[in-house]
Ligand binder design. Structure first.
Ligand code: HEC
Length: 99
């Protein structure tokens, strides 16, 4: 039972974070800067892929919610989970949509 309530609590917080992020209208320019600091090591300076996959048209393969889960979830090592505020996450999403 305890395990279950923790699961629901985490899930609830996670949902709130996603709702908050999706409600924001991020800046692609800020997202680009964030990407250059945090993501290029694996996805390449132009997001064409290195260790991690090419992210061009990723927004056609995955919806925003799935991308948020990918970035914050740590579900696919070696990609780490990023603790990122909803504003920055929104900026990153905006940037990924420009690719
Ligand atoms: C340590 C390397 C590493 C870093 C740093 C990293 N990634 Fe990844 N990323 C990966 C790998 C590897 C995958 C492929 C995971 C899989 O599905 O097997 C991936 C997958 C993804 C995917 C899903 C691609 C798809 O086609 O399914 C997205 C979106 C993504 N990364 C975004 C980001 C963003 C945004 C950042 C920076 C905040 C980032 N990644 C930082 C390694 C990394």
């Amino acid at each position: 039972m305890i395990g279950l309530s923790i699961f629901f609590l985490k899930n609830y917080e996670n949902n709130n974070y996603i709702i908050e992020t999706l409600a924001l209208d991020g800046s692609a320019k800020e997202g680009d800067a964030l990407f250059k600091i945090n993501c290029v090591g694996c996805h390449g300076i132009t997001a064409r892929g290195l260790v991690g996959p090419d992210l061009h048209s990723v927004t056609q393969r995955l919806n925003d919610k799935e991308i948020i889960n990918q970035v914050t979830g740590g579900l696919t090592p070696p990609m780490p989970s990023f603790e990122i505020d909803s504003e920055s996450m929104s900026n990153l999403l905006k940037y990924l949509h420009t690719l």
